[in-house]
Design a binder for this molecule. Sequence first.
Ligand code: ZN
Length: 678
Amino acid sequence: MGANNKEYTFVNPYNFIPLGKGRSFVKEESGKKYTGVINYTLKTVTPLFIPNTRSEDAFKMLKKYEKHKSYDFFSYRDLSELEDSVEKELPKPVIPGSEMRGMLRNNYEILTNSCISAVDDETLLSKRTQEKYKAGLLERRVSVKDGKEEVRYRLINVRDDCLLRTEGANNLTDALGCWDEKPGMKGRREWGIKCYIQDSLSEGEKVAFDYKGRDRGKALALNVEKAEKENLGRSIGYLLKGETGPEMKNPSTGLPAKQNKHCAHVFRQPDDVDKQVIRVCRNEDFSQDYLTGILDVVLKLYDKNKAGAYGEYRTEYEKFKEGKGNQFFPVYYSTLSYSGNKVDSLMLSPACITREIYTRMLSDMVGDKKSCEKSGKLCPACALFGTFRDGKESVVSRIRVADLECLEQDNRKCFDAAPVTLQPLAQPRFNPEFYMKKPDKDAVFWTYEYYVDSKGHVHKNMAGVNGRKFYWHHADFKMENCTAEPNKMNKTIRPLKKNIYFLGKIYFHDLSERELNTLCYLVNAGDDEELDKKHHGYKLGAAKPLGFGSVAMQINNVQLRQIVQTENETIDLKEIPYQPDKQNTLVDSQVVEDFQKMTDFKLLSGENVSYPRRHPNDDIFGWFAANHKGYSKNKKTGQNRFVNMPQSRDTMLFDQYLKPMEPKTVTNELGTKLSIKN
Ligand SMILES: [Zn+2]
């Protein structure tokens, strides 16, 4: 246990370059303005791939492989009109200027401490934890304030979370006999019974039932029926049926495993509701906006991951919010307390074990590097490449990047004869142990919202992201390490070979001298060696995690365009060569060391750059699952130990995590101690 990678070591394909200290803003610079063009040459150092997206079936593979997409390299050829495979044709490759522009902008942002213009705020940050949520009831309350109706909600502790165990699907007859606890965990027929399917009762239905407590385990709800006027003397509760999960069988007996969803739940209403209110942030109740912000987003995510998931729950919940349902609606909840017993944060879900969704966005975690579009300020990158400010005032770009022209005239020399099928590029995203700074020396587990220390205390997580994401160069790139059999998950492509040369032009307009010199530094990646001897370069195009897209670039010349008046009074355009001044730049010298490491072609010589795996054939999600360990704390002896499954968020532990600019993952101290003890 402990170290995942004793026998198999890897370097994660991406890492983070720390955000430079302070943010630079553009001041109006008086002085000479420069207009002209940078002529440069690009050389592919590993294979490069930029898709021609006009055809998703360029090599006609859909006939043979269902849903398997195939793309040719970018060219001006309109592949959509092509009837046969493009395999025998070799259109002249082109590197689109837009692709180059995006890459240059990213790196200019790094070098000049600019804002992060492309923060992915569309994706909600979430994480599955093993925390078991508690049963609760949402209460809808309407009050009249200044003649206006106002709807507020309260979260109520249930009196009991009772199980509904019946003879089966769409059958409400109690089935006590077959549910008797029996020893032996090798699967049981009962765990295959689907008594949570009851079409006569809707999700959230108010029901009357007989309460039956048990010595062990949750109480039972017997003789469940719709609550009507005449049965209100019985126990009252709200039904939560839930969703079908994956069918699990015990491998040795073939019988259904305990993880199978089998029961439904009845959340019993407390007698004195007012005494069971859970106060959130010291408040008795909360608004509909607050509720929407924490429950609707979870339901949306379930629906996105599996279309229609919790559909009935969503429908009934909407009715409840509109006042067309009952006063109460069942929900699972989890509270976070950062100090003492007061609830600082609330999470809701239709399921007991769930993905937690965080209210913090990536843009909240980049500190002073928040995009100018949102902050209304202007950084060097936005000033040069253009942006919107406050969503209206636009800053016009002062550079234009032309498409790059291939210098190889014989297209056959640019490509291998046959296209290649790549390994799938899908990967677990936004794992906090990779994306976030370790929030505290004593932190053992952290999410975007909170962290847990080695004593099991939960704290608010104020830490930021590790930095700007980038991909390492693969010093020992081998195509055979990238290929796979065609399937639904991967794609077939025709990449450009290494050692292919392109000519490019960057037109600039009204640049200050500092800006022009910084742009020249950028194009050369801060490396003035001649093109074939370059140690530093960038990553361009697709399949970067597999090692594609390493490129070296070198400026051939810079030409300034000046308007001159000739002797006979006509106006002429004159090109004057310009020598960039290497000392005069906007580049942050503190960032340069990391930048050089990031752009170094040979830094990872001899290393296996690959997505985290425990062994060569490992499932791509397996490493992360194994890295999220559980441990149990022995408060008396202080002897903590690993357990197979964590039971709550305060018994979770990241074994390994990523430090910015350190290629290999590092082991959490507590994890190391536990490994030694075991
Ligand atoms: Zn900016």
